[in-house]
Design a binder for this molecule. Structure first.
Ligand SMILES: Cc1ncc(COP(=O)(O)O)c(C=O)c1O
Length: 384
């Protein structure tokens, strides 16, 4: 019997463990900027909604309560420039990672099908393609698809790890190319509320369902969104997918069969979270300050920040000649600062490191102090 794990890459985080040990040995303790897990409290109004819904004796709706689906529709209209979404075409998911991993299989893809994902990417797009028996194709440019039998195209804007945002025109070009070959476009937009640079701070980060992108027709398009980051809800597993009513209907059918249901109290909490912009604005302000402190420290320590216009990471590399990402990880670990190597995100990223903004103000200040403090001959990120 062939085990599915045989088709999957090794879990990369294990290889970071020795650097974590080195960083933990720092007298001031580790500053862990390697993972993007929220560290601030879940807002009280969301916790109250969860507690209020704690009596959940019956099975929840796989499709989500009408209130939750309407809250998603209202959020798209209010925050994402997507008016008139069909509430039938909304489906909650148990966080978005499971959907990313399972979507190729849920769409019926398999041997001989190609799943395109960004060249430098969150690893789960690749994993999901492999789990379905399909072939992953890392490519940013539609020209790279060639004659490949592309069935699904993943977009991730703002991107993890590099924080780049795709414009309406760039999204539209991918949608046109995908429609020309009958491929589905799934757009993972979980950092959309965390924009730092113009024009995205003013205009908002475009969604795949924006009528300027979709032409007002969601056919073949799915937007994937998560409340983990914007609302400090990673532990709730609170996310949704929305878009093409036929595709969402088909996902719903399978998920009903398989019992893939968001718990009722989490559905209630999501409904409240999506209706409240105040806590999202407050959280964004917290991250903005952390980002500025870290950015100044990182550049002061001789690194260059690329992309990173939005999202929860600084995508950085030493100035000048390319340096292998593990060397930079090691030098920062000597300072007790743990970051993620670009190699986790694809071959094209071997010279970058990903520095997460998800640490407390105290730890971020400590990281800045260490990065800007007196250096040895090479410096923490230096070339020595
Ligand atoms: C690009 C991207 N997609 C999806 C996820 C998964 O988020 P969650 O499963 O918490 O909804 C993450 C988490 O880091 C991410 O960075």
């Amino acid at each position: 019997m062939g085990l599915l794990t045989g088709a999957l890459p090794d879990f990369p985080w294990d290889t970071l463990a020795p650097y974590g040990a080195r960083a933990r040995a720092h007298p001031g303790g580790i500053v862990d900027l390697s993972v993007g897990t929220p560290v601030d409290p879940t807002p009280p109004l969301i916790r109250a909604a969860l507690a209020e819904a704690a009596d959940a004796h019956g099975y929840p709706l796989t499709h989500g309560t009408p209130e939750l689906r309407q809250a998603v529709v209202d959020w798209f209209a209010r925050r994402r420039g997507v008016p008139g979404l069909d509430p039938q075409a909304v489906l909650p998911t148990v966080g978005s990672k499971e959907l990313v991993a399972l979507l190729p299989a849920l769409l019926g893809l398999g041997d001989g099908d190609v799943v395109v994902h960004p060249a430098t990417a969150y690893p789960t797009y690749d994993v999901g393609a492999r789990m379905a028996g399909a072939t992953p194709l890392p490519a940013d440019d539609v020209a790279a698809w060639g004659d490949a039998p592309v069935r699904l195209v993943w977009l991730n804007s703002p991107g993890n790890p590099d924080g780049t945002v795709r414009s309406v025109e760039q999204l539209r070009a991918v949608v046109d190319a995908a429609r020309a070959v009958g491929a589905v476009v799934a757009s993972d937009e979980c950092y959309a509320e965390l924009a730092w640079e113009e024009p995205w701070t003013t205009d908002g980060v475009p969604s795949i369902l924006d009528p300027r992108v979709s032409g007002g027709d969601p056919t073949g398009l799915l937007a994937v969104y998560s409340l983990s980051k914007q609302s400090n809800l990673a532990g709730y597993r609170a996310a949704f997918v929305a878009g093409d009513p036929r595709l969402v209907g088909s996902l719903l059918e399978i998920r009903k069969h398989a019992g893939m249901i968001v718990p009722a109290p989490v559905q209630a909490a999501m409904t409240v979270a999506l209706g409240d912009d105040t806590h999202v604005d407050a959280q964004r302000a917290v991250y903005r300050v952390r980002r500025e402190v870290l950015r100044a420290a990182v550049t002061g320590a001789g690194l260059v920040v690329d992309g990173s216009q939005a999202g929860l990471y600084l995508w950085a590399r030493p100035a000048g000649e390319p340096v292998d990402c593990w060397t930079t990880v090691g030098r920062l670990a000597e300072r007790g600062v743990l970051v993620a190597p670009g190699a986790f995100y694809g071959a094209a990223a071997a010279h970058h490191v990903r520095i997460a903004l998800t640490a407390t103000d105290e730890r971020v200040a400590e990281a800045a102090r260490r990065l800007l403090g007196p250096l040895d001959s090479s410096g923490p990120a230096g070339r020595g």
